[in-house]
Design a protein around this ligand. Structure first.
Ligand code: SIN
Length: 293
């Protein structure tokens, strides 16, 4: 099978893929090419797909085994690793939009997912874009003084930070039981596939930075977020029916937009892809050694 690939920005953040039907078998060579393109562009947009929950899960597995989701109560029937996200009225006239500020997914896990993917089920007539910002570029363009300041810093990521800019969705008892303890991750990491450094930040989950007073830590996080979310680092995805979009949670942060008519439905399937636990175990061991010293 062959496909065409078209970059969506001048800075290699996002590329559109046409000509593939992901319900059809994919051979090893095609899988390798797709993963290579993914490492280069960080966000891939597969157009014109029509996937059931099972077919979507299988398409996601081209990029690795699936990762479990925090919220067990929104699983697609019969497919525990596929969740269904939609605008939900939580109180009269008040809507919960999952992911409505820049973040990276499930960073409170000891081994957070390398990627997340969404596939359209129903779209509003306008709005509801997803924005992505490239955190490799953001790191590269930091002043040297800031790079030195943040090198070696480690942050504690909880399910919901005490300083989160937005409330997280309530966890069901089953979801709460499955929640891992808070994780510690470096603020600056190196991508295992492209060797580039990136900023690893998530204001909804970052609860503290080791060795820093909280006020100073949160001020630093705000400064870094203001830098990293500039439009020059962005690919803004305007959804079309049939899109399957996959992004690398290490290379980009993302946010949803609740800017559409809430009487309309925005409904997508969502999956996440596991990272290599060995990468994170090595980081975790280094962290324990630093803490013990
Ligand atoms: C998410 O944050 O995973 C959801 C993004 C979106 O709905 O656009």
């Amino acid at each position: 099978m062959s496909y065409t690939i078209t970059p969506m920005t001048s800075h290699q953040t996002g590329a559109e893929i046409r000509g593939l039907d992901l319900t059809r078998p994919v051979d090893a060579e095609l899988k390798t090419r797709l993963n290579r393109d993914f490492a280069k562009y960080h966000v891939l947009v597969f157009r014109d797909q029509k996937l059931s929950a099972a077919q979507f899960a299988a398409a996601g597995e081209l990029f690795g085994p699936l990762h479990s989701q925090h919220h067990k109560d929104i699983r697609a029937l019969g497919h525990p690793e596929v969740s269904e996200i939609r605008n939900t009225e939580v109180a009269p006239g008040k809507y919960m939009i999952a992911g409505e500020s820049f973040h990276t997914d499930h960073s409170n896990h000891p081994c957070p997912p390398r990627a997340t993917s969404l596939h359209t089920v129903t779209l509003p007539s306008r709005g509801g874009d997803t924005q992505f910002v490239n955190v490799h570029l953001a790191y590269d363009e930091l002043p040297d003084e800031m790079k030195h300041r943040i090198e070696g810093l480690k942050a504690v990521h909880a399910f919901e930070s005490r300083y989160t800019p937005r409330k997280m969705r309530e966890l069901s008892p089953e979801s709460r039981k499955a929640l891992p303890p808070p994780a510690i991750h470096p603020l600056v990491r190196t991508h295992p596939d492209n060797g580039r450094k990136f900023l690893y930040m998530n204001p909804v989950r970052m609860d503290s930075i080791l060795g820093m007073e909280d006020g100073a830590a949160m001020a630093l996080l705000r400064e870094l977020m203001a830098h990293a979310t500039q439009q020059k680092y962005e690919y803004r995805h305007k959804w079309l029916m049939g899109d399957m979009v996959i992004w690398d949670n290490r290379s980009v942060m993302h946010q949803a937009n609740g800017d559409y008519d809430m009487k309309e439905v925005r409904h997508l399937y969502r999956i996440m892809i596991q990272d290599d636990p060995a990468l994170w175990t090595a980081e975790g061991e280094k962290t324990l050694a630093v803490m013990a010293a």
